[in-house]
Design a protein around this ligand. Structure first.
Ligand SMILES: [Zn+2]
Ligand SMILES: [Zn+2]
Ligand SMILES: [Zn+2]
Length: 360
């Protein structure tokens, strides 16, 4: 490997946050040229040894004491040594972010809204040593593009984590305060990897309509019903399978909504049958009442005549079906009582179905 006399990051683009020279062979007397908006970090085996600020630096055992100590420890002694130099820009950069996050579970049904978010962060490197260790050491970045990707991932990850701490009520009521908290958290975390957040702007937080309804409280009940219906349907659809059993294992919590949904459906279906409307005055009486509480009329179920043609039920005594107009046979006239055994036989029957007596 040729010994480098002079090392400089000459072709830094506006988008480049860092540039890594791997496997440099330097010697005492080599020059490291650091431009106005740059740092040069001596780096080896995941550790950052020294940072050079802007200027022309001639390498001596004096200006890289930590590095030479490390090299001596590694038994690389002499005036030529191998290392990496990572040049770092101290310009301001912009990273766009965006994705989806879930709010913290809220309410009895642990409702989580899927929130959309997008925006951008303005940042710069504040601690080049920490930055190089974090991104080029711990995360194995080798280019500016890698660093950008890590930073974008870093922002998204923090936002997703932070939204997970706020329930949908908080998010809907005060989006700005929530995003401010998220920004604050990102700034804290960014400082730990050597970055300074200059600004973090949420250009949009998309809250689904159903989440707004849920958070408004007015729709909470309706949401819960809908959720339970869906859950109940899913459970019914997956009954019996081994996969279904595995799915159920994912949450005992599903059982409750299912049971509640069933009860609610039953309650809904049962509602009209829980009252008896008095045929005489129209008053509503509770099930089981024998006489109308309003007019005293008997509430006993009236005899019904089933229409032979359309099967509609008509009150006893009706002459024509209320549904299709077919003449209805009257029970009194349509039965012949056997004179011998008193069994009732349909009109027109010639012999008693019970005793065989001839019916006139
Ligand atoms: Zn009545
Ligand atoms: Zn009919
Ligand atoms: Zn008979």
């Amino acid at each position: 490997m040729p010994v480098i006399e002079k090392v400089a990051w000459d072709y830094a683009g506006a988008e480049d946050i860092a540039y890594r020279f791997p496997n440099l062979s330097l010697k005492y007397g080599s020059q490291v040229i650091v431009k106005e908006n740059q740092w040069a970090v001596f780096f080896r085996d995941g550790k950052a040894y020294d940072v050079f600020g802007p200027g022309r630096h001639t390498i001596t055992s004096n200006n890289i004491p930590l590095l030479t100590a490390a090299l001596k420890a590694l038994r690389i002694i002499g005036d030529i040594f191998d290392c990496e130099v990572v040049f770092v820009s101290n310009s301001q950069f912009r990273a766009n972010f965006g994705g989806t996050a879930y709010s913290a579970p809220s309410g009895d049904i642990k409702y989580q809204a899927e929130l959309g978010f997008f925006g951008y962060m303005l940042y710069k490197v504040e601690d080049p040593k920490l930055f190089v260790v974090e991104f080029f050491g711990n995360r194995g970045a080798s280019s500016s593009r890698d660093v950008e990707n890590y930073i974008r991932g870093f922002i998204n990850e923090r936002i997703i984590n932070e939204f997970g701490n706020h329930d949908i009520f908080t998010v809907v009521k005060n989006v700005d305060a929530t995003t401010d908290k998220v920004t604050l958290k990102i700034s804290d975390e960014a400082a730990r990897v050597g970055l300074k957040v200059i600004d973090c702007v949420f250009e949009g937080v998309k809250i689904p309509e159903e989440a707004r309804r849920f958070a408004s409280g007015m729709g909470a009940q309706a949401m819960m019903m809908q959720y339970m219906k869906e859950t109940a349907t899913e459970l019914k659809g997956s009954e019996g399978g081994g996969a279904a059993a595995a799915g159920l294992g994912a949450g005992m919590g599903l059982t409750m909504p299912y049971m509640m949904a069933q009860q609610m459906q039953q309650a809904q279906a049962g509602q009209p049958q829980q009252l008896i409307i008095c045929q005489s005055c129209g008053a509503k009486n509770p099930v089981g009442t024998k006489f109308c509480g309003n007019c005293g009329a008997s509430l006993a179920p009236q005899a019904k005549v089933v229409c032979p043609k359309c099967k509609a039920e008509n009150p006893a005594g009706t002459k024509f079906c209320g549904n299709c107009g077919t003449p209805l046979a009257q029970p009194a006239a349509s039965e012949i009582t056997c004179p011998k055994c008193n069994a009732k036989n349909p009109a027109g029957t010639k012999f008693c179905g019970n005793c065989g007596e001839k019916l006139s």
